[in-house]
Design a protein around this ligand. Structure first.
Ligand code: PRP
Ligand code: URA
Length: 215
């Protein structure tokens, strides 16, 4: 992983498996079924690293051979919070790592003219203040959706927050890292720029449409 400028809270993945799978996702000939599977796999690979600071504790367990002291995850429980719709595509990969995680949902869509997010749904595990929260959205474009989603989570009491995406534009990283410097941001790949419609270039198109086969 590498950093981004002088933002200590931003990490960009360089792992060949993640880069390979993102390249397959970009291909316009990749169909819904495969795209969905790739989004899950990238989320799982990113999650493996993003959760490497989870606190652990030593527990005593009896194996078929003998008693031993061994390591398990301790302390704060996890909450996954996908930003609807496309963030849902990353949830199965993370649940395969932490099946007991609670899942909240935040519904936002971008206004087609202003490109600013509009909220339509918010349901979070309650209480959320003690949980490690992983917000998922494949695309960090202008950053408006991620910034608003995390603001909403904080208003509900969320404190320990990570944000995970598959592709980011420089504009989105700057906006999110400045608005929420306390949030750890994990990025699968940094792309070049946004176009006039605020789509990421080269990007992968509309992530929600590609995951759900709409349009
Ligand atoms: C996409 C994407 C992000 C948002 C990113 O969602 O999944 O939520 O755009 O753009 P931003 O960084 O400029 O806010 P969209 O609004 O298309 O909704 P959808 O997932 O329901 O298709
Ligand atoms: N949302 C998407 O799904 N793709 C982009 O490139 C930008 C926002």
């Amino acid at each position: 992983m590498i950093g981004y400028k002088d933002y200590p809270n931003v990490k960009i993945f360089t792992h060949p498996l993640i880069q390979h799978k993102i390249s397959l996702m970009r291909d316009k000939n990749t169909g819904t079924n495969e795209f969905r599977k790739l989004a899950e796999e990238v989320a799982m690979l990113e999650g493996y690293e993003a959760l490497s600071d989870l606190p652990t504790k030593e527990v005593e367990i009896e194996t078929p051979i003998e008693k031993c002291t061994t390591t398990m995850i301790a302390g704060r429980k996890l909450a996954l919070v996908p930003i609807l719709r496309a963030g849902l595509g990353m949830v199965p990969g993370l649940l395969s790592l932490v099946p007991s995680a609670k899942v909240g949902h935040i519904g936002l869509y971008r206004n087609e003219v202003t490109h600013e997010p509009v909220e339509y749904y918010c349901k979070l595990p309650n209480p959320i203040s003690e949980r490690v929260i992983v917000v998922t959205d494949p695309m960090l474009a202008t950053g408006g959706s991620a910034v608003d989603a995390i603001t909403m989570i904080k208003q509900h009491g969320g404190v320990y927050i990570k944000f995970m995406c598959i592709i980011a534009a420089p504009e989105g990283i700057e906006r999110l890292a400045k608005a929420h410097p306390d949030v750890q941001i994990y990025i699968g790949h940094l792309d070049r720029e946004l176009n006039k419609d605020a789509y990421i270039c080269p990007g992968l198109g509309d992530a929600g449409d590609r995951i759900f086969g709409t349009k």
